[in-house]
Design a protein around this ligand. Structure first.
Ligand code: ADP
Length: 483
C-alpha cells in the first residue's frame, strides 16, 4: 500500500508534481512558522507571567511569615483563604518539615505532586515552577520558600497557582490565524504552482511532442516555443541536436544513394558490351557466322572487349584517385614539354581521322610542378573526347595561356565538334554522366573520363572549366598553379 503512494505521485504529469510540491512546501512553511511562533509566545508568556507571579508570591510569602513563625495553623489557613480570594489563586502552604499546613483546593494539592527532592530544594531556598497535569494543563504552580523576616531562615514554602488561560487564548488565536492563512494560501499556492509548472513543463511537453513527431518520420519538425534562460538554451540545444542527427541521416541516405547509383551504373556499363559479346559468341558456337567471312562481327567483338578493358581501367583509376591513398609524384616540367608530347602522340590519329590538330607552344614557357603521368592522363581524356565528339574534317586546337598575376597557367583543348547543350554542362564532370544518353548514342564512352580529369586537376590544387555551344564545339580547360 505504501509503495503505491510514491507511484501515485511519480506517475503523474510534471505540472501536477510541481503544483503539489509547491503546495506542500507552502503548508510545511506555515506549520513550521506556527510552531516557531508558538514556542516564542510561550516563552514570552512565561517570562511575563513569571515576573508578575514572582512579585505576587513574594508578597504572599511575606504576609505568611508571621503566622508561620508563631506557628498558628488556624491563622495560616484563614490568611491563606483570604489571600486566595484576593489574588484569585489557589494557595498551598507547607511548614519547614515539608508537611502541608494549609491548602485552598484539595484537587490541585493532589495534582501538584511535588517530589521529595523538589520539596527539599524549596526548603533550601530554591524556587520551583511546575505545570499541573490537570485538565487542559492550564495551571502553573510557583513554589517559593517563606523566610523569617529577621533571621532569613526558611520557615516553610508557599505554592501559588497562575492560570495559563491567557496563553491558551493566544495559542487558540494563533491556530485560528494559521488556519485562515492556510485557507487563503491553498488557492494562491494552486494558482502560483500552476503558473510555475506551466512555465517549466510547457517547453518540455512541446519538446516531447516534437520528439514524437520526429520519431514518426516528420524530420522537418522543430520546437518553436519562446522561453527564457536555461529553458531557451535547452530548446536551442534540442533543435540543434535534431538538425545534426537529421543532417547526418540525410548524408547517409545520400551516400547510400550514391553507392546504389554507382553499382547500377557499373552494371549498366558492363551489361551492354557483355550482352553483345555473348550474342556473337553464341552465333559463332552455333556456326551461324563465319569468322573468315564476317570480319565485321569480329571487329565489333574487339571493340566491345576494348571498351570493357577501358571501363575497368577507368574504374580502377578513379577509385584509386578517390580513395586518397595515392600521392602525386611531383616534379618540375616545362609547360611546352606537355604540349609537344601531345603533338607527337596525336598527329598520327589526327591524320588518320582527317582532323586538323593545331597545338600552339608558348613563347615563354613557365616551369610547372606536376605529376607528369597524371597530367598526361588529363590531356589524354580531354583530347580523346575532342576526337570522339568531332567528326572528320574539323579542327582541334590545344594551347596554353599564362596568367602572371595569379601565377597560374591554363591549358585549353578546343574542338569544333557537336558541343554540349547548356543544361548538361554542370553535370558532365560527374561520374558516369553521359550526354549521349540524352542524345543519339554514337559512342560507347563510360562517362568516367571527365570525373578523372577533375579529380587529378584538383589534386594539383587546380580547377577545371568548360564552355560549349551545341553544333559549334567545346573548349575544355584546366588551370594549374605555376611552381
Ligand atoms: P565518356 O567516356 O562518355 O566520354 P566523359 O566523362 O569523358 O565520358 O564525358 C562525359 C560526357 O561529356 C560525354 O558523355 C560526352 O557526352 C560529353 N563530352 C565530353 N567531351 C566532349 C566534347 N569534347 N564534345 C562534346 N561532348 C563531350
Amino acid at each position: 500500500m505504501f509503495a503505491k503512494i510514491p507511484s501515485l505521485f511519480t506517475d503523474r504529469k510534471l505540472s501536477f508534481k510541481i503544483t503539489i510540491s509547491f503546495l506542500g512546501l507552502l503548508l510545511l512553511t506555515v506549520a513550521i512558522l506556527y510552531l516557531i511562533f508558538f514556542n516564542l509566545a510561550q516563552k514570552y508568556f512565561f517570562s511575563m507571567e513569571g515576573i508578575e507571579v514572582g512579585a505576587r508570591v513574594q508578597k504572599i510569602s511575606s504576609l505568611l511569615t508571621e503566622p508561620m513563625v508563631s506557628n498558628s495553623p488556624k491563622k495560616i489557613q484563614e490568611l491563606t483563604e483570604t489571600l486566595s480570594f484576593t489574588y484569585g489563586s489557589t494557595i498551598w502552604v507547607i511548614n519547614k518539615d515539608g508537611e502541608v499546613i494549609a491548602a485552598t483546593n484539595e484537587d490541585v494539592r493532589n495534582n501538584l505532586n511535588l517530589e521529595e527532592p523538589e520539596i527539599k530544594g524549596v526548603l533550601n531556598g530554591n524556587v520551583v515552577t511546575k505545570q499541573v497535569a490537570g485538565p487542559n494543563h492550564n495551571i502553573v504552580f510557583n513554589v517559593v520558600p517563606i523566610r523569617d523576616g529577621e533571621s532569613e531562615t526558611v520557615v516553610g514554602a508557599v505554592a501559588v497557582t497562575s492560570s495559563l488561560g491567557r496563553l491558551n487564548n493566544i495559542m487558540a488565536n494563533m491556530a485560528r490565524y494559521a488556519f485562515y492563512a492556510i485557507i487563503v494560501l491553498i488557492p494562491f499556492a494552486l494558482i502560483v504552482g500552476t503558473i510555475i509548472s506551466r512555465i517549466i513543463s510547457r517547453p518540455i511537453e512541446k519538446m516531447s511532442e516534437v520528439a514524437q513527431e520526429i520519431s514518426d518520420g516528420n524530420f522537418t519538425k522543430r520546437v518553436d516555443y519562446k522561453a527564457n534562460g536555461e529553458l531557451e538554451h535547452l530548446i536551442g540545444t534540442f533543435n540543434l541536436a535534431v538538425s545534426k542527427v537529421v543532417e547526418s541521416l540525410e548524408e547517409k541516405d545520400k551516400l547510400m544513394k550514391l553507392q546504389n547509383d554507382f553499382l547500377s551504373n557499373i552494371s549498366h556499363e558492363f551489361r551492354s558490351p557483355l550482352t553483345s559479346l555473348r550474342g556473337f559468341l553464341e552465333l559463332l558456337e552455333d556456326n551461324k557466322i563465319n569468322p573468315q567471312e564476317d570480319r565485321n562481327y569480329i571487329n565489333i567483338m574487339l571493340q566491345d572487349t576494348l571498351h570493357l578493358n577501358r571501363l575497368v581501367e577507368d574504374l580502377i583509376n578513379l577509385s584509386s584517385l578517390q580513395s586518397g591513398h595515392i600521392s602525386l609524384k611531383l616534379s618540375p616540367i616545362m609547360a611546352n614539354e606537355l604540349l609537344e608530347w601531345i603533338q607527337q602522340r596525336y598527329i598520327p590519329q589526327a591524320e588518320e581521322k582527317g582532323i586538323s590538330l593545331n597545338v600552339s607552344l608558348l613563347a615563354d614557357s613557365p616551369l610547372i610542378t606536376v605529376d607528369k603521368d597524371r597530367i598526361h592522363q588529363v590531356l589524354i581524356n580531354l583530347i580523346d573526347n575532342a576526337f570522339r565528339y568531332t567528326t572528320t574534317a574539323e579542327v582541334i586546337k590545344v594551347y596554353a595561356q599564362v596568367i602572371p598575376d595569379a601565377n597560374e597557367i591554363t591549358i585549353y583543348v578546343q574542338d569544333s565538334g557537336q558541343g554540349i547543350p547548356s543544361n548538361h554542362l554542370q553535370h558532365i564532370w560527374d561520374k558516369f554522366y553521359k550526354v549521349e544518353e540524352a542524345r543519339t548514342r554514337t559512342d560507347t564512352g563510360s562517362g568516367i573520363g571527365l570525373a578523372i580529369v577533375k579529380q587529378i586537376v584538383e589534386m594539383h590544387k587546380g580547377r577545371v572549366s568548360v564552355e560549349s555551344i551545341p553544333k559549334k564545339g567545346s573548349i575544355f580547360s584546366f588551370t594549374l598553379p605555376i611552381a
